[in-house]
Design a protein around this ligand. Structure first.
Ligand code: ADP
Ligand code: MG
Length: 245
């Protein structure tokens, strides 16, 4: 078989990395007299690794994160108050297996969205599906879908991922219909999938966010807090800080 035919075959099988690298693999194997079993193992692992990387990239892309953030770039000395042990524990992702939730609470600029994205990206790397959206965008999308008579499929998109990240609950007031739609997401995901939420408003203030509907707000909080880790962050805004790099 010519090199071109070999490459065509590898491409046909979807073994893209091997297709690019097999001539140099072969050369090294011959030069170093690598046993055939080791050689075989090596080329298979390379292709498996390549496939896994592509799958992670696809998951991260589909999650629609607004930025890339990692736990490594989080400066633990900056917030005045944060439970570092608990945040690090969340990165074991036990809560995802248990269909539990995480809520980051704190004033603006303390790193709530940063940690939510870092956790979401980490989950993608571990094979979970994630979707990131702001509360305002979710509500706009659901309201538009409701008006267009396609609310069922719109809700499905928010039901499907292993983790739904909802950023900025409480930044904008929402009316009764919007609050009802938001409740549907919370209710459909309850004990079926995880939520990661961020808010600049403590739970006691949520009733104001949800149109002063006490019953609906308790129903939302009951479901969110049933299996939940709450991370309260306090301190100045990192955005306004001179140390912001
Ligand atoms: P919040 O969501 O709490 O309003 P963000 O997570 O959006 O705040 O943080 C604002 C900016 O500051 C982001 O660019 C984020 O990466 C950065 N940031 C916040 N806190 C920290 C921190 N402790 N260490 C490193 N970067 C931080
Ligand atoms: Mg934020």
């Amino acid at each position: 078989m010519t090199e071109k035919e070999m490459k065509n075959n590898l491409n046909y099988l979807g073994l893209t990395r091997l297709c690019d690298e097999y001539p140099s693999f072969l050369e090294t194997a011959v030069k170093k007299k690598i046993p055939i079993s080791d050689f075989f193992e090596q080329i298979i692992s390379t292709e498996v690794e390549n496939k896994q990387n592509r799958s992670v990239s696809r998951k991260i892309k589909m999650a629609h994160f607004p930025a890339r953030k990692t736990l490594e770039t989080f400066d633990w000395t900056f917030p005045k108050e944060i439970n570092e042990d608990l945040v690090r524990f969340l990165f074991h992702l036990d809560f995802v297996e248990k269909k539990g939730n995480v809520v980051f609470l704190g004033p603006t600029g303390v790193g709530k969205t940063h940690l939510m994205i870092a956790l979401g990206i980490h989950a993608c790397k571990k094979g979970y599906t994630v979707l990131f959206d702001t509360a305002a965008d979710i509500i706009n999308r659901l309201s538009a879908a409701q008006a267009a008579g396609r609310i069922t499929s719109a809700l499905k998109a928010y039901r499907r991922p292993d983790i739904l990240c909802v950023d900025e609950i409480g930044y904008l007031p929402i009316d009764q219909m919007e609050a009802n739609l938001f409740f549907q997401i919370i209710s459909e995901r309850y004990e079926k999938g995880s939520l990661i939420l961020t808010s600049n408003i403590g739970f006691k203030g949520w009733v104001k966010v949800f149109n002063n509907d006490v019953a609906l707000t308790s129903a939302i909080l009951d479901r969110v807090l049933h299996h939940c880790n709450v991370i309260t962050i306090d301190g100045p805004s990192y955005r306004l800080n001179g140390a912001n790099k």
